[in-house]
Every structure is written in structure tokens, then in C-alpha cells.
Design a protein around this ligand. Structure first.
Ligand code: HEM
Ligand code: SF4
Length: 504
């Protein structure tokens, strides 16, 4: 079988075996010797969360794992400390409830990995052909509407999957989510494998969805596997699906290796039968779905199951934070809450378990002036991929442009209905890391020659929906010059929601 370069380098040496090399290169670099890192090891470093970034030569992004987005104050302080000590203070919150640091050198890596481990975190297998950070409900264990507390399940899945060679050589990346509430705040449909709440024979458990993948020319949402598992069996089903994907997934072409391609090749029933064989103990058909179509962001003050407690959701504009601010978030969580934070797929930070009579004081904290629980309507919905600051594929500066766009829209327009916050999802190139087809309004950056000059443009998508009646957004205006976006988007929103007013 013809194989590609990545398959060859994985076969030659497993990514998990690169740790000793990282230590060796780091020691050389620390002594002023160029470690002469071979190109294949740059790829393998991603098994430890280290991504060499072409736009910042000699420097690495560090992507960690934060299952279900649950971060203790102590962990936030550790991540902030690493960002400040070796990462020029930069810290981005990502759409997988995760954090990415910047500017590390190879010499910094051993200390940074150790510091993460000391705080009970790790960065293992957070890139390349591995299961990425496991996404869940941002309010798991706290929400009044919850059916299943998914924190332990997400943590058990991570334990079963990460750190062993059983799953360190998948055909391609693999996104996994588990949601335990009726709403779709973890964007289940965008994942290769997702568990969504369901009921069968009076038992609450999960229906299983497979094959979501939004990148490239043929994005798809996950589809039902027609299977139901209990809370107890969810981890075994996840590992059975991964076993099948590892053993039978297509490996020839990188662009056709995600799980959805195996499903296309086999059809759902053959895939289901094979998963059932690996799973072993009889796979039930799907139960009655308990999901709705709400994909909330939990910004603002939210009630919890415990009537005395609130969650305060803070808007981190386009996910861009800093070491100092993470440390301060950790301090606020300790002082007002339960020393715990939650990260969301909208790249925001929640402070849960705040006694109702302490909310007012928390809202008065200076940090919440910059990370507001009451942000303007358009800034609130902006979610973007990394963009040109650090990504070599980027055709536009997604984060900078999203901030400008939000400011222009907020200045000129008012949303009259705020029943559901507007969701913008923005990608800087067709790889679609900003999941633009899932946004109510999606933007895909591009470039176009106009009067002999190359200008930055974006294609506008609209109509993306998540949850029970999920739909991918469709292009509604192509190659719009960025300065013309506010007007164009206002037209879209009027068409979709009928509720944008021009400010007087
Ligand atoms: C061939 C396809 C893809 C390539 C080559 C690719 C590459 C990249 C690169 C270079 C980055 C920037 C890393 C940085 O921040 O320094 C990135 C970020 C990211 N990618 Fe992809 N990607 C691909 C597809 C996808 C898809 C389909 C998704 C899921 C929808 C995705 C999810 C992410 C996420 C969550 C981030 C972090 C950005 C954030 O949320 O701030 N990627 N990817
Ligand atoms: S969508 Fe493109 S520009 Fe954005 S992070 Fe992914 S690869 Fe980079």
C-alpha cells in the first residue's frame, strides 16, 4: 500500500518515544549547541503537545489537555506561570476547552512539561494523529438540567486513551465529546465521536454519533451510529470505536483519513457491526434522544442545581488571554467560588460555585471589566481560529479582524432579540479550525486580486445550526472585502433573524 510521509515516520518511531529526544535536544540547546532537529521529530514533538510554528521560527506552541475544560485554580496558576516564564505571557483559549501557550524554545520544554505534570496536567497526544482534548458540557456536575455528570467519564476516557501505544498511531486526528445535558453546548455534531444523552427502557445513557469532521472540501456533521450505551459502558464503546478506526481506518491519503472516510467506504451498518464485535457485550440500538437545539455560551450569571450557587461566565474576546490573567482567574475562583474554572468551546472562562450573595462583589473585580459577563452583543459571539499571528496557513488575521468586525457591528447595529446569542465562527483558511460551517454566521478568510492588488476577503456562510436540528452553514456571499463585512453581515442577520436595527 502506498503510504504518505506521516505514516512512514510513525511506523519508524512512535510519537510517544520522542520524549528522550526532547530532553536531549533541550540539553544541547541550553548549552548553546544547535540540536539539528530532524523534520520528522518536529512532527513527533506533537505527541507531547509541542508544535514548532513557522511564523515564529525556533519557537513552539504548547497545547495541553484539559478534559471537559475543568481547570483548578492551582492549574490555572501553573499554566499562567509557564506562560509568563517562557511564553511571553501569551495564552489562547481554544474551541476544544483547551489552552495554547506560545513562544517556548526547545530548551524550555522539559521544565514546562514538568511544571504541567506537577499541577496534574499534561500535554500528551494533543496534536497529530491522536484523540484531541475531550470536550464536554461546560457546566457538567453543576447544571440544573443535567442528566449525567460527564466529568468523570471524560477523565476516564482520557485515562483509557492517552499515554499508551494502543492509541498513539491513529490514521488521523480524532475529536471526541461527551455531553450529559439536553443542550448542545459542547457542539457534539462537530466531533468524530460524540455521546449525547438518551433514554432506553427507562435508563438514561447516551446515543452515539460518529463521523463529524468539518475541515476540507466535504465537511460533515456526525451521524447516528444507532447505538445506546450506559454511563458505565461509554468508555468501552469509545475505545472500541478507536480500535476499529486504528485497525481499519484509511491511511493512504492524509486528506481522506478521518473517520468519516471509513464510514463512506464501509457504510454505517458495516461499521456498526464491526464496532459491536470489538465492543463485545452486545450493542443496543439507539434510545430516545433527549437533546435540544440550544448551544448556549453560559456568559453572564447562570443559576446552578444548588439554588444558593451561581456560575459567572466571562467573555474572553476571541479567546485571547494571558499568563497574568489566568493566574487572576484562578485567584477569583478561589476567593469567590470553589477554586475551579471551566473553559468553553466558545473560548471563554466560567467561574462556577459562587454563592449568590458574593456575585455582586465578584462582578466588581477589575478583571471582569476586560472579561465581561455582560459583553456587547456582537463581541459575545466571536469565535475564531488562531489566524496569521501564529499559523502559517492563515490567509487573514482572524482574531484581529473579528475584534474589528465586532466593534463595527456594535457601533452601527443593535440586536433586538437576544433569545439566543448570535454565534460567529471564523476560520482563516479552508482547514476550518474555526468550524465556520457550524456558525450561525460563518466566515472563511481568503485573498482576492482586485484592480491588480491582492486584498483580504471573507466568504460569508449562514444558517449553521447545532443540536437536534443541526445543519451546516451555506455560503451566502463570496469574497467580500473585509471592510464591507459589517454591512454584508447585517443583511444576513436581518434575513435569518429579522432583528438587526440600525442605531439612531
Ligand atoms: C488538514 C486540516 C488541518 C490542518 C493542517 C490544521 C492545522 C492547524 C494549525 C496549524 C493550527 C494553529 C496552531 C496554533 O494555534 O499555533 C490549528 C489550530 C486548531 N485547529 Fe486545526 N487544522 C486542520 C483542521 C482542523 C479541523 C477540521 C478542526 C476542527 C473543526 C481543527 C481544530 C483546531 C483547533 C480547535 C485549533 C486551535 C485553534 C483555536 O481554537 O484557537 N483543525 N490547526
Ligand atoms: S483554519 Fe487555517 S488559519 Fe485557522 S488555525 Fe486552522 S490552519 Fe490555521
Amino acid at each position: 500500500m502506498a503510504v504518505n510521509r506521516i505514516e512512514l515516520l510513525k511506523a519508524e518511531k512512535d510519537g510517544l518515544d520522542v520524549l528522550a529526544d526532547i530532553q536531549r535536544y533541550a540539553a544541547l540547546a541550553a548549552n548553546g549547541v544547535d540540536p539539528q532537529i530532524p523534520a520528522d521529530d518536529f512532527e513527533r514533538f506533537k505527541w507531547y503537545g509541542l508544535f514548532h510554528r513557522k511564523p515564529t521560527p525556533g519557537h513552539y506552541m504548547l497545547r495541553m489537555r484539559i478534559p471537559a475544560g475543568v481547570l483548578t485554580s492551582e492549574q490555572a496558576a501553573a499554566v499562567g506561570e509557564i506562560a509568563n516564564a517562557v511564553g511571553r505571557g501569551a495564552a489562547d483559549i481554544t474551541t476544544r476547552m483547551n489552552i495554547q501557550l506560545r513562544w517556548l524554545t526547545i530548551a524550555d520544554a522539559p521544565w514546562a512539561l514538568q511544571r504541567l505534570a506537577a499541577a496534574g496536567l499534561n500535554s500528551q497526544q494533543s496534536g497529530m494523529d491522536n484523540v484531541r482534548n475531550i470536550v464536554s458540557c461546560p457546566l457538567s456536575g453543576l447544571s440544573a438540567d443535567e442528566l449525567i455528570d460527564t466529568r468523570r467519564i471524560a477523565a476516564r476516557m482520557q485515562q483509557a486513551i492517552v499515554g499508551s501505544k494502543r492509541f498513539s498511531n491513529l490514521p488521523r486526528k480524532f475529536n471526541l465529546s461527551v455531553s450529559g445535558c439536553r443542550d448542545d453546548c459542547g457542539h457534539a455534531q462537530t466531533h468524530d465521536l460524540s455521546f449525547v444523552p438518551a433514554e432506553r427502557d427507562g435508563v438514561i445513557g447516551f446515543n452515539v454519533m460518529v463521523g463529524g469532521a468539518l475541515g476540507g472540501m466535504s465537511p460533515e456533521y456526525a451521524r447516528p451510529l444507532d447505538a445506546f450505551v450506559t454511563e458505565v459502558d461509554a468508555v468501552d464503546l469509545a475505545t472500541a470505536v478507536l480500535d476499529v478506526y486504528r485497525d481499519h481506518g484509511l491511511r493512504e491519503k492524509r486528506k481522506e483519513s478521518r473517520l468519516k472516510w471509513l464510514l463512506r467506504a464501509w457504510g454505517m451498518e458495516r461499521f456498526r457491526e464491526t464496532v459491536a464485535d470489538y465492543f463485545g457485550s452486545g450493542l443496543s440500538r439507539a434510545g430516545r434522544s433527549l437533546g435540544t437545539s440550544v448551544a448556549g455560551d453560559h456568559i453572564g450569571v447562570t443559576a446552578q442545581r444548588d439554588p444558593e450557587l451561581r456560575t459567572v461566565g466571562c467573555l474572553v474576546p476571541v479567546g485571547r488571554s494571558s499568563g497574568d490573567d489566568l493566574i487572576e482567574f484562578g485567584r477569583l475562583a478561589r476567593e469567590y467560588g470553589s477554586a475551579e474554572l471551566r473553559l468553553t468551546v466558545q473560548q471563554n472562562v466560567l467561574i462556577p460555585n459562587v454563592p449568590a450573595d458574593r456575585v455582586e462583589a465578584l462582578l466588581g473585580e477589575p478583571l471582569l471589566e476586560r472579561y465581561s459577563p455582560t459583553p456587547s452583543a456582537f463581541l459575545r459571539g466571536m469565535v475564531t481560529c488562531t489566524g496569521s499571528d501564529y499559523c502559517a496557513f492563515a490567509l487573514i488575521d482572524t482574531k484581529g479582524e473579528a475584534l474589528k468586525l465586532a466593534a463595527a457591528l456594535d457601533e452601527r447595529y443593535t440586536l433586538t432579540s437576544d433569545a439566543q446569542p448570535l454565534r460567529f465562527q471564523i476560520s482563516g483558511c479552508p482547514h476550518a479550525c474555526g468550524a465556520h460551517r457550524a456558525g450561525e454566521i460563518g466566515l472563511l478568510g481568503g485573498r482576492k486580486r482586485v484592480d491588480g492588488e491582492i486584498i483580504d476577503v471573507a466568504t460569508v456562510f449562514s444558517g449553521g445550526r447545532l443540536g437536534a436540528d443541526a445543519a451546516l452553514g451555506e455560503p451566502s456571499a463570496r469574497d467580500v472585502p473585509l471592510q464591507a463585512l459589517p454591512e454584508q453581515i447585517a443583511t444576513q442577520i436581518r434575513a435569518v433573524r429579522g432583528d438587526v436595527l440600525r442605531a439612531p
